[in-house]
Every structure is written in structure tokens, then in C-alpha cells.
Design a protein around this ligand. Structure first.
Ligand code: ASP
Ligand code: MG
Length: 462
């Protein structure tokens, strides 16, 4: 069986749900459909909670009515009259309940994390009703499931932690039989409940996490994440004219790229699936025929160059030289304690016998950091720096790749060069002004020129 998860933009309006129904219909394997709230709805629900907390009952109720109207409009996707009527009735019931909750909270002007979850959950509860009805209407026998009866979590509202064992048991006893009967179950992501039945949510963007948990529990052959882009790209399209889609990525590569702001997928959310060896495929619901990006535990090592390149801009470099000319025992500890005190994460670190260089993104503590470091070291800092990084499992096994990366950057002054212990990336720090040229050159070298890397990207379609 497979899990098909559709994000907010893939259910945002009647047209999108129509595309979804076609995609799910065309699939022949047994499948569980997981959906997000319609795009923007979770944000709107959290605004409702804020209005209630501020005591603006009228404003909160108006916002609920607007959401009610938007969901009513979605019923147009269902042609059969009785089915449409029952979808509208279910939608009315949901929004009436939401309005009652909001009215009460606005009176007491208090919204606890527990109430906030109760409100936020309505987005997925409502969108999943629409999708289940749309699938039925398209001729697919489907079954709406309540995520609160499936996904069991602890009581950390807003970031609830799943109880995998109990959830897996419920998936086996409640979902497997439906699949065996040939039904297509539809369930909202992001939402769960405590063993005692209190509604919880997994945290923003949590529908991917739900999909991974369900896929892992059902031992799915594949988890599909349907979104509105073709997959992970070889580079940020704001930096590179013609980025390509990366056909396959290892989990570690995807994690590395996420750190650099690739927002398609947060790898930590798919860990439950990848941990059990289940491949995750990112697909575009506007172009279902495009192959997308496949994320797996590991990728074969026989393939070409880096998987992708990434860039992080607007950084500050700090050079810290031991005043005693040689780094004494304990020097590094003292240096990093300063960053810890100022709660400033460090991105890249390079060291030599006498000095350490680091880059930071968050400059708020910079003056204090420099002052404290100056007590025991010579310190210089420079703004306007950037990290450019090539990511790929292949960097670990092909010694020539690092040289080729640096070769592509010839002539650009490099402030720092680093290849970490995992050796899945090679990172350089250079002037921010040089970052666009560095990205263009690397992209041309590895992803554009004739047979450049014979790499993974070469297989992809733009
Ligand atoms: N609707 C939730 C959110 O916007 C969960 C999700 O879309 O993944 O955060
Ligand atoms: Mg969303």
C-alpha cells in the first residue's frame, strides 16, 4: 500500500481538489490519503484564537464565518445532490461547534494551548471531509477517518509527541481492514489526540509527519508528498537561472539542504518513515506526470556529482586568534562558551594551530561576543559574508569532487573552507557579493554543462 499526502495548496480550492481526485483515482495500489487544511486555514484559525483571547468575540466569530463560507464553497466539487447535502451538513456541524468554542473562549479571554489545539484542528477536520466526499463523487469508494481516533499522542499541546506503539496498533486494526476491502480512507494530518481523547496537534507543517507516521505504521511501500513544486532543486531559483529537479536524495542530503532553507520538506518529519526504509517521493499535483524527487535512507554511490548546491547569505565571520600564539588547552571551550552565553548558533567553524574562525547568522549578540572574546584572544569580525556549499554522498567517496568544487571557484577569494566529518558536503565561506557568481559557476560545472557530472541532476527534467 502507499500513503498519498496532499498539502494545503493541493486542496486549496475546488480545482485543486479535482486534480487530487484524478491523481488518487489513477493510482491502482491500496492507498491512504492524508490531507492538510486548505492553504491559509491553519493561520486563520490561529488568528481566531488570538482574537478570542483578546476578547474580540465579534471579530473571532466573523473570522469563523468567513472560514465556514470558504468550506461551503468547496462543496461545489460534489455533483451528486444527497452527497453534497451531507458534506454541507458535516461542514455546518464542524463550524457551529467551532463558533461555540470561540464564543466561550472570547468570554473568558483565555486560550490555553489545549484550546488552541482544539481550534487549529478544525482545518484538517474540515478539509478531509471535503476530500472524502470528492473521492466518493469521483467514483472511488472512500471512508473519512477521524485522526483523533488513530494518532495517539502525549499532552504537549502544539507539539505533541506520538505514541508510536498505540498508533501502530490502531492503524493495523482500523485502517488495514478498510484497505483490504478496497476502500480509500481519508484522514486529516497534523491532528491527534491523547489517550484520554483531548485533541492535540503535532506542530506547524505537521501533516507530513502524520503521513510518515501512518506510512511507517502501515509498512507502506511508498509515501507520496504531493505539493506545488516539482521536487527538491539543485539550487535556489533565486540564485541560479536554471535549477534542475534532483531525482533522488539520501535522507542526510535532504537534511543538509533543509538546513540551508530548502523548504519543500522538513526531513525530520519523515524520519519515522525513512527510519523504516520507506521511500518518500515529493510530487507536484499540478504536474502529476513529472517524476519528482525520491528521498531514501541512502543513495547508490555509483552516481555522479553533488546532489545540489546551497547558499546562506548575510553572515558575519569572526576570527579569533589565541593571544598566546598557540592554542592552549581549553581555548576552544572558552571560545564556544561565549557563543553559548549569547545563545548564538555557529554555522561553519575552521581552526588552525593559532586561530579559530566561525560564522554566525544572528548578529544580536555580536558586540557582547567580541567584547568577551577580546578578554583572552585577538578578535576581528567581518560582515557581508556567505556560505556556499555542495551537498552529496558522493563527496565522501570521490576524492576528486572536492578539488573540482574548489576549482570551479578559482579566482574568488575564499575566507574559509571546510569539509566535515561526514564529508557529505564541502563548504566555503566567501564575500556575500561573490556568492551569486560562486553559485552560478558551481551550477554550471555540475548540473548544466554537457555531461557535466553525469550526475543525478542530469537525469532530471527542469
Ligand atoms: N495545516 C497545518 C499547518 O499549516 C499542518 C500542515 O499543513 O502540514 O501547519
Ligand atoms: Mg498548511
Amino acid at each position: 500500500m502507499i500513503v498519498m499526502k496532499f498539502g494545503g495548496t493541493s486542496v486549496m480550492d475546488v480545482e485543486a481538489v479535482g486534480r487530487l481526485a484524478r491523481i488518487v483515482s489513477r493510482e491502482r495500489r491500496p492507498r491512504l490519503v492524508v490531507v492538510s487544511a486548505l492553504s491559509g486555514v491553519t493561520d486563520a484559525l490561529l488568528d481566531v484564537a488570538r482574537l478570542a483571547e483578546a476578547g474580540d468575540g465579534a471579530g473571532a466569530r466573523q473570522a469563523v464565518r468567513d472560514l465556514h463560507r470558504r468550506h461551503e464553497g468547496m462543496a461545489a466539487i460534489v455533483r451528486a445532490t444527497p452527497r453534497r447535502a451531507s458534506l454541507l451538513a458535516a461542514t455546518d456541524a464542524l463550524f457551529d461547534e467551532l463558533e461555540a468554542i470561540v464564543r466561550a473562549l472570547a468570554v473568558v479571554e483565555e486560550v490555553s494551548p489545549r484550546s488552541s489545539d482544539a481550534i487549529a484542528a478544525f482545518g484538517e477536520l474540515a478539509s478531509s471531509r471535503v476530500v472524502a466526499a470528492a473521492l466518493e463523487d469521483a467514483g472511488l469508494p472512500s471512508r473519512w477517518l477521524d485522526p483523533r481516533a488513530l494518532l495517539v499522542t502525549d499532552a504537549q499541546h502544539g507539539a505533541a509527541v506520538p505514541d508510536r506503539e498505540t498508533t501502530d496498533e490502531r492503524l493495523r486494526s482500523q485502517v488495514r481492514p478498510l484497505l483490504a476491502e478496497g476502500l480509500v480512507p481519508v484522514v486529516g494530518g497534523f491532528v491527534g489526540a491523547t489517550a484520554g481523547g483531548l485533541t492535540t496537534t503535532l506542530g506547524r507543517g505537521g501533516s507530513d509527519y502524520s503521513a510518515a507516521l501512518f506510512g511507517a505504521g502501515l509498512e507502506a511501500d511508498e509515501i507520496q508528498i504531493w505539493t506545488d513544486v516539482d521536487g527538491m532543486l539543485t539550487a535556489d531559483p533565486r540564485m541560479v537561472a536554471e535549477p534542475r529537479v534532483v531525482p533522488c536524495l539520501s535522507f542526510d542530503e535532504a537534511s543538509e539542504l533543509a538546513y540551508f532553507g530548502a523548504r519543500v520538506l522538513h526531513p525530520s518529519t519523515i524520519l519515522p518513515a525513512v527510519g523504516r526504509g520507506i521511500p518518500v517521493r515529493i510530487l507536484n499535483s499540478h504536474r502529476p506526470e513529472a517524476p519528482g524527487t525520491l528521498v531514501t535512507r541512502s543513495v547508490g554511490e555509483g552516481e555522479g556529482g553533488p546532489a545540489a548546491i546551497a547558499c546562506k547569505r548575510g553572515l558575519t565571520r569572526i576570527d579569533i586568534a589565541s593571544s598566546r600564539m598557540l592554542m592552549a588547552y581549553g581555548f576552544l571551550r572558552r571560545v564556544f562558551e561565549v557563543f553559548e552565553r549569547f545563545r548564538t548558533p555557529v554555522d561553519v567553524v575552521t581552526t588552525s594551530e593559532v586561530s579559530v574562525s566561525v560564522t554566525i547568522d544572528d548578529r544580536r549578540g555580536l558586540d557582547g561576543i567580541v567584547a568577551e572574546l577580546s578578554a583572552f584572544a585577538d578578535v576581528a569580525s567581518e560582515d557581508g559574508m556567505a556560505i556556499v556549499c555542495a551537498v552529496g554522498e558522493r563527496l565522501r567517496t570521490d576524492a576528486r569532487l572536492a578539488t573540482r568544487v574548489l576549482g570551479a571557484l578559482e579566482g574568488l577569494p575564499l575566507a574559509m573552507v571546510s569539509q566535515g566529518g561526514s564529508r557529505k558536503n564541502i563548504t566555503v565561506v566567501l564575500r556575500d557579493a561573490d556568492a551569486p557568481a560562486a553559485m552560478e559557476r558551481l551550477h554550471r560545472r555540475f548540473f548544466e554543462s554537457e555531461g557535466a557530472s553525469a550526475g543525478r541532476a542530469a537525469l532530471a527534467i527542469a
